[in-house]
Write a protein that binds this ligand. Structure first.
Ligand SMILES: Cc1cc2nc3c(=O)[nH]c(=O)nc-3n(C[C@H](O)[C@H](O)[C@H](O)COP(=O)(O)O)c2cc1C
Length: 646
């Protein structure tokens, strides 16, 4: 008996049978050509998810007209030329038993002319300052609205010609259809706005036109933001009221999501939000319709998926990043190997890469979006390789090298693997990061690497193992900044402050508001009376990128006992005080009983330097923070590149 009887029971959408209840969420990947065509890399990505067992794979939001595209390397559905590529993709997925769906959309106010080469258009002149850049959209004329309805219908014809099994109308996330529905963005006073019925008019016209174009056989899905989480936006009560109208217009499944760009953390939820956080929205909609309902929202653990289905909250689960992180999430769950899943930790690196028009890679899984490039190829010769350090870089290097057939020994000073990832355990809301360490270590072990913990490796110990090559992944540690008075000040090293619970703390100064400094401030704010963070730059956690730091920083700012000084330097320290300089003004902090420097990060490169001088010794490679301190993402990427090369 499977642990997940509901998840793996066959489902039905309209006339279509689906092999299980897992819908892969549409996710832009930035893997298309600039003209919106599918690439081999895109097909490889989807084929891996089809092989991995997803029931229905939704691709991504596909623009019905180039004026409505949101990113440079997004898929289009605006041109007949695209059909041949899609046919290849659909056939590749069908060979592995998965169905495939096209999500059609138009960005409207949530894009910019930098992408579309033309001024964005929208129901009303409401600019989108969040993410899209705040360009004033041009108000659509009635004629243009009708043309847009036709563009959706023409896209549906192409989707059917491409062989897609289902078509989803993207009514969520504040794009054009949502823009018409929502009083937040629709301020019109004509037949397309002003009251509920008139705001509903455009979505219903699109659904009817798409239904007429697609015929009666192809199931139509509709994605909704069942709570827009903005003042004046759509509420769960609105979503419940809208749902029967969607059903009546011809929709076969409602896919529940949330948020618009102004409330972006509700579209792609950060790790601070709990798994399955949108389930209650689906539960409210389901009784209002007879068609099936699916729900998205940080469903990373198959047990969470199973419980949503078992409770009757939804008929399907829409799983995005969990399948991005592990294409085999369904298969591993079904085969009793859930402990082998490479879990999405909701770090939002994927979202951030999307915003940068870069291929959407994954922190946890280096093969994601590089399925062919990083397919495991046996090493030409099996070699003894010693990896020093079981942080993220060391573990990823060990995993790949062992999979390729090398004899790999990992030496780690601490009693458990994970390196800096483990520090996240002590940071409120960030403990999921530590789980990634467990996966990476387990995966390296399963690949055949021999793991030795509690071993403080020096050059003699390494050389005794007679390695052909040594991968040094000894990481970085916070150094001591050179500030006058440092020696008299109550300074404590950053890592030990996180690891050890200190006694009574009244006032703390954290020097450096990078990713580590913010983490320390979060942790200490729960234990201390007052925490002050001083950062010379203009942003907190700047190295993390806009989306990954969004909630992390917002939560810190929301803490009442935290003060943040940006654009500020620490000029001098004393036994209980600090002198700051901000915009040419001095600021003195008094009564400090703890000072924690969280910068600079210093590479731990001593072992690598010694080993490189050994005459006739092994080849030495340094990876991750000991080569250059950055984030875990870069460390893991570096390590994978080396692992596939040696
Ligand atoms: C990189 C990325 C791209 C996304 N692109 C789309 C998209 O094209 N269309 C869409 O409806 N939702 C998109 N989403 C939202 C997801 O479909 C999903 O609702 C969200 O990530 C929450 O589900 P998850 O926690 O399972 O990932 C995207 C999410 C991510 C992370």
């Amino acid at each position: 008996m499977s642990d997940f009887p509901h998840l793996f029971s066959p489902g039905r959408i309209g006339r279509l049978a689906v092999r299980n209840r897992i819908i892969m969420a549409p996710m832009e990947k930035n893997l298309a050509t600039p003209t919106g065509a599918v690439t081999q890399r895109y097909i490889d990505y989807c084929t891996a998810r089809a092989e991995g067992g997803a029931g229905l794979i939704m691709l991504e939001s596909m623009y019905v007209h180039p004026a409505g595209m949101g990113h440079r390397y997004q898929l289009g559905m605006h041109d007949d030329e695209l059909i041949t590529g899609y046919r290849r993709l659909v056939e590749a997925c069908h060979r592995h038993g998965a169905l495939v769906g096209a999500e059609i959309y138009f960005a409207g106010r949530e894009t910019s002319s930098a992408v579309t080469m033309t001024q964005p258009v929208a129901p009303s002149a409401v600019p989108c300052t969040a993410i899209a850049g705040g360009e004033m959209p041009r108000i659509l004329t009635i004629r243009e609205i009708r043309d847009l309805v036709e563009a959706f219908a023409a896209a549906a014809v192409r989707a059917v010609a491409s062989g897609f099994d289902v078509i989803e109308i993207h009514g969520a996330h504040g794009y054009m259809i949502g823009q018409f529905l929502s009083p937040f963005s629709n301020r019109r006073e004509d037949e397309y706005g002003g009251d509920f019925e008139r705001r509903l008019r455009f979505p219903v016209e699109v659904i009817r036109a798409v239904r007429a174009a697609a015929g009666t056989d192809v199931p139509l899905l509709y994605r909704t933001s069942a709570d827009e989480h903005v003042e004046g936006g759509l509420t769960p009560a609105d979503a419940r009221r809208i749902a029967p109208h969607l059903e009546a217009a011809g929709i076969d499944l409602i896919d529940v999501s949330a948020g618009i760009y102004e409330s972006a953390p509700w579209i792609v939820q950060p790790m601070e939000m709990p798994q399955g956080c949108l389930a209650s929205l689906a539960a409210a909609i389901r009784p209002a319709v007879k068609i099936p309902v699916s729900v998205a929202g940080r469903i990373s653990d198959p047990h969470v998926a199973e419980s949503i289905l078992a409770a009757g909250t939804a008929d399907f689960v829409t799983v995005g990043r969990a399948l991005h992180a592990d294409a085999e999430w369904p298969r591993k769950s079904r085969e009793g190997r859930a402990h082998e899943i490479c879990y999405c930790v909701a770090c939002l690196k994927c979202s951030d890469l999307l915003g940068q028009n870069e291929p959407v890679l994954c922190l946890a899984n280096t093969q994601t979006a590089r399925e062919r490039h990083y397919a495991i190829r046996a090493a030409a010769r099996r070699e003894q390789i010693v990896v020093v350090g079981a942080g993220p870089a060391g573990l990823e290097a060990a995993r790949v090298l062992a999979l390729r057939g090398h004899a790999v020994t990992v030496l780690e000073r601490e009693s458990e693997p994970g390196g800096q990832l483990l520090l996240s355990r002590h940071i409120p809301g960030r403990s999921d990061f530590a789980a990634l360490a467990g996966y990476l270590a387990g995966a390296a072990g399963r690949a055949g690497a021999s793991m030795r913990y509690g071993v403080d490796a020096d050059e003699n110990l390494v050389l005794e193992l007679h390695p052909h090559a040594v991968v040094v992944a000894t990481g970085a540690a916070p150094g001591m900044p050179c500030i006058p008075g440092m020696d008299d000040a109550p300074v404590v090293a950053a890592f030990s402050v996180l690891r050890k619970r200190s006694g009574d703390i009244r006032r703390v100064l954290v020097i450096g508001g990078g990713m580590l400094g913010v983490g320390i401030a979060h942790a200490l704010a729960e234990r201390a009376g007052e925490v002050t963070v001083v950062e010379p730059g203009n942003d907190l956690s700047a190295e993390l990128g806009v989306r990954p730091r969004w909630q992390y920083v917002a939560n810190l700012r929301a803490r009442r006992n935290v003060r943040i000084y940006l654009g500020t330097t620490v000029e001098a320290l004393g036994s209980d005080r600090a002198l700051l300089r901000q915009a040419g003004q001095d600021v003195e902090l008094r009564g400090l009983d703890l000072i924690v420097p969280a910068r600079p990060m210093v590479p731990q490169m001593k072992l690598a330097a010694i080993l490189k001088t050994v005459a006739g010794g092994p080849a030495v490679f340094d990876v991750g923070d000991c080569a250059l301190p950055r984030t875990a993402f870069e460390a893991i990427q570096d390590a994978a590149a080396l692992g596939h090369r040696l």
